[in-house]
Write a protein that binds this ligand. Structure first.
Ligand code: SF4
Length: 301
């Protein structure tokens, strides 16, 4: 099967079966698509849906978000996880205002230069918002390409230049068709060619899939152990942030000390939040979300 046939089959399947997601609506805009891509990187669709709607309701443009504080971005991020994304998204909004007059740029190099926008996100925005031809490679796409073309059951964890090349070779030449195919590959990996339970019988490329033809089984069990959360620094960071998010200003250290029993781990988690730019000290004995309240006076040199 030629590359163009592969893309055509998956694209046709997508047009009939794509999930109805609001960031796929026509005319939704590049900013809304960028926000969705950042949120979806490490959070399931079902949790992103209400957070995405609330975020855009409050900050419908990059300029609106850039005018607000990092603290408010962290508050709105709520419990989506990996909250550094909130601060990076605000930094990104500020850069869009400063460098591009408040409009999300359509050039790949300009997207790649924005804070928090990496290889995947830049190409996703260029493709889905601006209809350009770029390989958009996330975990799902890598798995589809790995199985259907290379006949391997699973791709490794990192996106490599070779993944971009392998995916680009499958894209139609015409930009709009390529952008559609990119969305279709992602959807196929998300809902049909899943990691542990691929539904080959409903797959549009079953008859030509190299992995299916090889007769191999899905590897038993996860290739990566599920990440432990209970008792980790991540959990402690979450507990500290929950207290700081609900406060309207600085929180005494004494109050933060109550969230976790292990002094060393709690101090390490708090220091990590400060290092990551999510939290800042307010005097010697209290902390606040980054940028929450008036500027902190700096000591004179
Ligand atoms: S036939 Fe099965 S393994 Fe091959 S791409 Fe489709 S779902 Fe994935």
């Amino acid at each position: 099967m030629s590359e163009s046939t592969f893309a055509t089959l998956v694209s046709r399947w997508y047009e009939r079966n794509a999930r109805d997601l609001p960031w796929r609506e026509p005319g939704v805009g590049a900013w809304a698509i960028l926000v969705s891509e950042v949120m979806l990187q490490q959070t399931p669709v079902v949790r992103v849906l209400p957070a995405w709607a609330a975020w855009l309701d409050r900050w419908p443009t990059p300029a609106a978000l850039a005018e607000d504080t990092p603290a408010e971005a962290i508050r709105m991020w709520g419990r989506l996880g990996y909250p550094r994304r909130a601060v990076r998204l605000r930094d990104c909004a500020a850069a869009i205002v400063e460098r591009h007059g408040g409009e999300v740029p359509d050039r790949l190099d300009q997207l790649l230069a924005l804070p928090g926008v990496g290889t995947y996100t830049a190409r996703a925005v260029a493709s889905f918002a601006f209809g350009q031809r770029h390989p958009v490679v996330d975990t799902n796409v890598r798995r589809v390409v790995c199985r259907a073309i290379a006949g391997q059951p699973d791709a490794g964890p990192a996106t490599r230049p070779a993944d971009l090349v392998a995916t680009e070779e499958l894209l139609p030449a015409e930009p709009a068709a390529a952008a559609l195919a990119s969305a279709a590959f992602m959807e196929l990996g998300a809902v049909v060619c899943t990691a542990r339970t691929p539904r080959c019988v409903v797959c549009p490329v079953e008859s030509s899939c190299a992995w299916r033809a090889s007769g191999q089984e899905v590897p038993a069990g996860p290739t990566r152990r599920p990440q432990r959360y209970a008792g980790t620094d991540r959990q402690v960071r979450g507990l500290l942030l929950a207290v700081l998010r609900e406060a309207t200003g600085p929180v005494p250290l004494q109050r933060l000390d109550q969230v976790w029993h292990d002094d060393v781990q709690r101090a390490r988690a708090l220091a990590g939040l400060v290092t990551d730019g999510l939290v800042e000290p307010d005097g010697e004995e209290s902390f606040r979300l980054a940028g929450d309240g008036p500027p902190i006076p700096r000591p004179r040199p």
